[in-house]
Design a protein around this ligand. Structure first.
Ligand code: ADP
Length: 432
């Protein structure tokens, strides 16, 4: 119960108390002596109450305060009220922590909470099972001392948690985990490890399947193409047969292009080549590409101009970068109506090495742009087929750039033209 404290009441009580001693003193003619006695008794009772308060606060097992009256009752009630409020808050907090832990235990992923010093604060049951953590023994130990995979250590120390990483399980090498780290609160980190064994197995099977099928189809197609080239056809006597042969040759050529592109894509997807190991002489490679583009341009009549920084070399995988650049240049040649202007730029910018292809062709409407790098996505299927396109060109570009930590930027306006570009990070530029 709350008793409002009244100064007036307390002061009146004190005054009456001293007055009664004063009156008695006046009666026995020893006012000062009686007043001194009154003050001494007051002091002694106050000390006694302080002693009892101390005993109650530190040594008593009882929650409820001892029965007292006056100002001291007020003080005891105040402390008791504060204690009860704290207890209630602690209980609420405990319930909240319990609910959070129950929720985290119910998650299908392993969860570890790490503090600003990379020490484990808490982990759920799956973290103990899948990551081999021991609880509570590992509480307070550094996470990077317990999960020792080099890829994880590099990821953990890089302090860049934009993307998750895939790492074999520390307890079972046949399992693959996706580690995702999320910073929160006061420099705390939340590690979530998800078992993606099945997904990565399926992805591996899909890649193998595409690579194997493409490889197996290549040989029979080469044989068919070879025979089509050497079979004698009397076009004069049988014009229909001549047309059929031309169509068969064009279609087998298209299939060969498609298979070649599928194989390139599979190779890039499976590539584990390190991009920092080899220097790519981009100026020389682009000069060669210029000659190829001019050959392709014979009956198109475009004005193709290459603006190349002759000293700008980069680290990367040459075959992949050649494939990406040639796809962008050849697309511009294919999809720009006769007599267009095509410019290719390879320059150094503050952001890094920039490659850009611009054309003044028909352009692409905005609704197609987001899907352009999907496999087999074409804006105009019939036209793409005519150019011999497989629909895999931009998909290859996307994969190559992702391997080189970059991405394809596409700007296009219908009936004005398109711009395809990418920037390779300054870290990949070779200092000359
Ligand atoms: P394809 O092998 O059919 O050329 P890509 O993946 O290289 O496939 O390109 C996908 C589609 O993007 C093409 O079918 C084409 O419609 C469109 N495209 C690509 N480059 C250009 C460009 N420079 N101008 C206009 N359209 C383009």
């Amino acid at each position: 119960m709350y008793y409002p404290f009244s100064w007036l009441k307390s002061c009146t009580k004190l005054a009456l108390y001293l007055l009664s001693f004063g009156l008695v003193g006046w009666y026995v003619e020893a006012v000062w002596l009686l007043l001194l006695l009154g003050v001494s008794i007051l002091l002694a009772t106050s000390y006694w109450h302080i002693y009892k308060l101390n005993q109650w606060l530190w040594y008593s097992r009882k929650m409820s305060p001892p029965a007292v009256t006056g100002v001291w009752e007020h003080i005891y009630e105040g402390i008791y009220h504060l204690q009860r409020r704290n207890r209630k808050k602690r209980k609420e907090l405990g319930r909240l922590v319990k609910r959070f832990r129950e929720g985290s235990e119910a998650l299908p992923d392993a969860v570890v909470v790490v503090d600003a010093n990379a020490c484990i604060v808490w982990c759920n049951r799956l973290a103990r099972l899948d990551l081999g953590l021991k609880w509570p023994n590992d509480a307070g130990r550094r996470l990077d001392n317990l999960i020792r995979h080099p890829a994880f250590i590099e990821y953990f120390h890089a302090d860049n948690f934009d993307h998750p990483i895939e790492v074999p399980s520390p307890t079972n090498p046949n399992k693959t985990f996706e580690y995702r780290i999320m910073p929160y609160g006061e420099e705390h980190l939340l590690l979530i490890a998800r078992d993606i064994t099945r997904v990565s197995q399926l992805e591996g099977m899909r890649k193998d399947f595409v690579a194997n099928v493409s490889h197996e189809l290549r040989t029979p197609l080469t044989v068919i193409n070879g025979y089509l080239e050497i079979l004698p056809v009397d076009r004069e006597a049988n014009p229909m047969m001549g047309k059929a042969f031309d169509e068969m040759t064009a279609q087998t050529q298209r299939m060969q292009n498609l298979i070649e592109d599928l194989l390139v894509l599979s190779r890039i997807e499976a590539s584990s080549e390190r991009i920092y190991e080899h220097v790519v002489d981009m100026p020389t490679m682009l000069q060669q590409l210029e000659r190829e583009a001019q050959t392709l341009n014979k009956d198109k009549g475009h004005a193709i101009v290459f603006h190349i920084d002759p000293s700008l070399k980069v680290y990367g995988v040459e075959t992949e970068l050649r494939s990406a650049c040639s796809n962008l240049v050849f697309n511009a040649v294919h999809y720009t109506p006769t007599g267009g202007n095509i410019n290719i730029y390879w320059t150094s910018t503050p952001a890094g090495a920039s490659f850009k292809v611009t054309d003044n062709g028909d352009g692409i409407s905005q609704n197609h742009l987001v899907r352009l790098t999907e496999r087999f996505y074409r804006v105009d299927k019939a036209r793409s087929r005519k150019t011999g396109g497989s629909g895999l060109g931009l998909s290859i570009v996307k994969h190559v750039l992702s391997h080189h930590n970059s991405q394809l930027e596409i700007h296009s306006e219908v009936s004005k033209g398109s711009q395809f570009s990418f920037v390779l990070d300054r870290e990949l530029m070779v200092q000359s």
